[in-house]
Design a protein around this ligand. Sequence first.
Ligand SMILES: Cc1cc2nc3c(=O)[nH]c(=O)nc-3n(C[C@H](O)[C@H](O)[C@H](O)COP(=O)(O)O)c2cc1C
Length: 207
Amino acid sequence: MLSESNNKTFFKLIQESTQEEIIWMCGYMSGLLLSKKNLKEFIKKEEKKITLVYGTETGNAKNLAFNIYQKAEKEKFKIKLISLDQYSMQNLEKEDYFFIIMSTHGEGEPPSSAKSFFDFIHYNKNLFLKNMKYSVLALGDRSYTYFCKAGKDVDKRLHDIGATRIVPLHKCDVDYETQAKKWFSEIMNFLKKKKIKLKTKEYMEKF
Ligand SMILES: Cc1cc2nc3c(=O)[nH]c(=O)nc-3n(C[C@H](O)[C@H](O)[C@H](O)COP(=O)(O)O)c2cc1C
C-alpha cells in the first residue's frame, strides 16, 4: 500500500508515461523483486545515516539529547545517539545527517567531553565534510561574555570545511527547553520533507 503522496506521484508518473516507459518500469521493478539481495542493497543505498552527538559538562546537553532521541524514535526515525567523548572521528566523513548539542564552559570553551572533537575539526587540515548535512544546538548562559561560543565555533567550522547547514544554529540561554524544542521541530520538518523516514527495517521484513 502506498502513502497518499506516493500514490499521487505514482499515478501521475503512470499517466505521463508512454507505453514503452511503463513496460520498462515493470521490467525494472520485477528485476529488483526477483533478487531479494539486490532489493536490500538498493534500499540500503537509499538509507541515510542520522547521528545525534552531545558535548556536555554538567549534563544538560546529555539530557536534551536523550529526550530528543526518544521523541525521534517515537516518530520512527532511526538515529544513532552518542556522546562526543565516545565518538570515533573516522566516522565523520561517512555521516549523512549530523546533529550536535554542545554547551560552552570555562571562558567560551567546549566542555571537556567535546574537546577532542572540537580540536579535531579545527586543526585537521585535510578534513573536508562535503557529504555531511548538519545543525548545531548551542547551550550557554547570556551572563557570560562568550555566550554559546563553543557551539557557534563548531557551527562555523563545519560550514567552512564543506558541510551543509540544514537548520540554522540555535543558541539557548539557561532556560533552554523552548529553543531546543524549536530546533528539534525544524529538524523533523526538514527530514520529513526530504522523506528521510527510516521505516526500512519494517519494509524489508516483508521480503
Ligand atoms: C564554570 C562554567 C562556565 C561557563 N561558561 C560559559 C561561557 O563561557 N559561555 C556560555 O554561554 N555559557 C557558559 N556556561 C553556561 C553553560 O554552558 C550552561 O549552563 C549549559 O546549559 C551547560 O550545559 P551542560 O550541562 O550540557 O554542560 C558556563 C557554566 C559554568 C558552570
